[in-house]
Design a binder for this molecule. Sequence first.
Ligand code: AMP
Length: 277
Amino acid sequence: MRTTAELQAWSDSCRKQDRSIAMVPTMGALHEGHLSLVDAAKAKADAIVVSIFVNPTQFGPGEDFDAYPRTEASDLAKLEGHGVEVVFAPNAAQMYPDGFATSISVGGPSMGLETDFRPHFFAGVATVVAKLLLAARPHYAFFGEKDYQQLLVVRRMTRDLNIGTEIVGNPTVREADGLALSSRNAYLDADARQKAARLPAVLKHVIVSLEAGAPTETALADGRAALERNGFDVDYLSLCDAETLGAPIPGHSRRLLVAARLGSTRLIDNMPVAAGA
Ligand code: AMP
């Protein structure tokens, strides 16, 4: 399906037949992380739609929009293998016709972290996700915890705008050595790929220290130094409240989030941390 009109008509017909709808928005180059969202969506709803759209407005100048992997034929084969009924793969003109002039700005969880380094990012994500949800009108939409800040921003936006879709978060799928699956891992050469596994290993190490009661500043500084020793340029390594991404609150669950670059490849990851005293 290439047009919003087709997607809307499909959604209307599902709703007339009382079929529940789940949507899985993606940028394609599908891997097992995406497919885990598809499987979770299938377990929850009667009709599934996966969108594939490399959204230009969430890339900044000098970022990897042109280089981003585009593998539509193999994506479609994977989705067929997972029993997906409908794939929505629009082009940019379909999503942003001439004269398009709207942008959704989300506060709250979008403050800090990614926004400090990619200030354009969440407006691009919120606007495209709102368009997708308003066209498909799904009962549920599935997002990965891999992009934890994005998950919270999308959830905030759908609640604030009464979009009527429940945003479901799904755990991060990882390689055997712990590296979170990502379409961008394709950019890593063999040496960088080996080093990349240090990222989740350092997160785990920092979490062990934090949960053993080490002062936050010390645990984070040690983690940052360990990443730098392994060749990473660290954008941020932050401990946040798991629900708001504000400062940790005693007795509330926390989240450790990282963005770090290996050469020109930027990796992000995050893990849960037990509530602190
Ligand atoms: P993307 O195509 O990178 O925009 O990702 C589409 C969706 O898949 C987002 O909700 C991501 O959070 C999710 N996702 C990406 N990688 C993973 C992973 N390793 N595990 C679980 N979900 C993921």
